[in-house]
Design a protein. Structure first.
Length: 101
């Protein structure tokens, strides 16, 4: 989980005024990304003042690792292929900026 947290910290670099919860298949904890801060805060602990209005990602460990990897960064491909399920506050996805600075 520590490696994924580090990768997520590198992946989510810009504020996006929302919260993402990433649930990994067969994992006992989730990754929270609080994009209300600059830079976003990545943690296994839910951020303060989070309501049910967050964006939820569900995927496997392998797929998430590929999405967060600087070599591949395949968010759209994983979603289109059905390896990443996204639900909840979809406005968060509209505000999300990823990629190189």
């Amino acid at each position: 989980m520590e490696e994924l947290l580090a990768k997520a910290g590198d992946y989510f670099r810009r504020r996006f005024d929302g919260v993402i919860r990433i649930e990994i298949d067969n994992a006992s904890s989730a990754i929270w990304v609080d994009g209300r801060a600059e830079p976003p805060v990545v943690s296994v602990t839910a951020p303060e003042n989070v309501s049910s209005d967050f964006c939820l990602w569900r995927t496997s460990n392998d797929t998430l690792s590929r999405i967060l990897s600087p070599e591949t960064r395949r968010l759209e491909g994983a979603y289109i292929a059905g390896r990443l399920a996204i639900s909840g506050d979809m406005a968060v996805m509209a505000r999300l900026e990823i990629g190189e600075e």
